[in-house]
Design a protein around this ligand. Sequence first.
Ligand SMILES: NC(=O)c1ccc[n+]([C@@H]2O[C@H](COP(=O)([O-])OP(=O)(O)OC[C@H]3O[C@@H](n4cnc5c(N)ncnc54)[C@H](OP(=O)(O)O)[C@@H]3O)[C@@H](O)[C@H]2O)c1
Length: 296
Amino acid sequence: MPKRILIQLDCDPQPSTFDAVVAVDAGAEVLLRHGGITPDNVVPLVHGAMFTRGGGDLAATAIFVGGSDVAAAEAVYRRIQQTFFGPVRVGVMLDPAGANTTASAAVLAAARHLPLGDEAAGGRLKALVLGGTGPVGQRVARLLARRHAHVTVASRSEPRAAAVCERIRSQVVDGRLHAVAMPGTAAPTGAFREALEQAELIVAAGAAGVTLLDAAGRSLARAAQVLIDLNAVPPAGIDGVIAVDKAKTDGSLVVYGALGVGGTKMKIHRAAIARLFESNTAALDAEEMLAIGESL
Ligand SMILES: NC(=O)c1ccc[n+]([C@@H]2O[C@H](COP(=O)([O-])OP(=O)(O)OC[C@H]3O[C@@H](n4cnc5c(N)ncnc54)[C@H](OP(=O)(O)O)[C@@H]3O)[C@@H](O)[C@H]2O)c1
């Protein structure tokens, strides 16, 4: 078997060192790192991966697509898939800003306690994603919608949340999603308050260091069974959640903090890289990473 080569294609000017370190830890023997990747300059790099090794040896070459701009990385990922033909292809993984691995780990944590994926019971499950317009929040919302949850996407801007719901509906045909505006620091009112009071699962996926649910807001979450806060930078995204919380019980609640989810995220990331080298056909987006997480 030839050496396992991972071609790290990053849409940022400098390819992520985090992704590079995880790649090596996950078994990549040679790492080729390229920054400033766009759909217009990626094709020759993909040809280099496709036309050098043949047959079964193609599985020893794989591509990782990353960067902080999720839309840009998705466009590169699509262009790579369009460049392949027939059996002349290599495995590809998409994880811009860690969004897919993080969202998969969060949904996996929720599924340990709630009937996600069970259409009969899960169809009634109400989930609220705070900061749902960011890279991680959008993926969390998409994965939950695929698992038959009724997902409310909250943002400071209702139109931004509505645009996210629309995009997910185009990908998850029977997805049940709706958008609400999250009123800054003021006491929750209207549709947001209603969503907060009814949600059985709340995932805070806001920007680092931003509190989205203070103590007063959290006290309104009367139906909540699971709280997940993905923000590791103080103050907490959800009042009272500590970053290291991992399936911590708090009264009738189960609580996860960012580091409590982060361990699983790292396992999924490493396992996904390893999966890339098992065949030349892997195409790993959020859904495939959640499946990898379930198999761990
Ligand atoms: N645990 C892990 O392993 C792990 C891995 C990666 C990321 N993370 C964490 O996951 C979280 C989400 O990451 P991300 O990259 O998706 O975040 P992001 O893009 O920085 O922010 C997500 C959303 O937060 C909202 N927001 C931004 N500033 C805000 C403010 N001042 N007040 C209220 N809302 C604000 C924005 O929504 P609107 O503008 O639409 O309101 C934004 O779309 C972050 O806290 C990140 O650090 C954790």
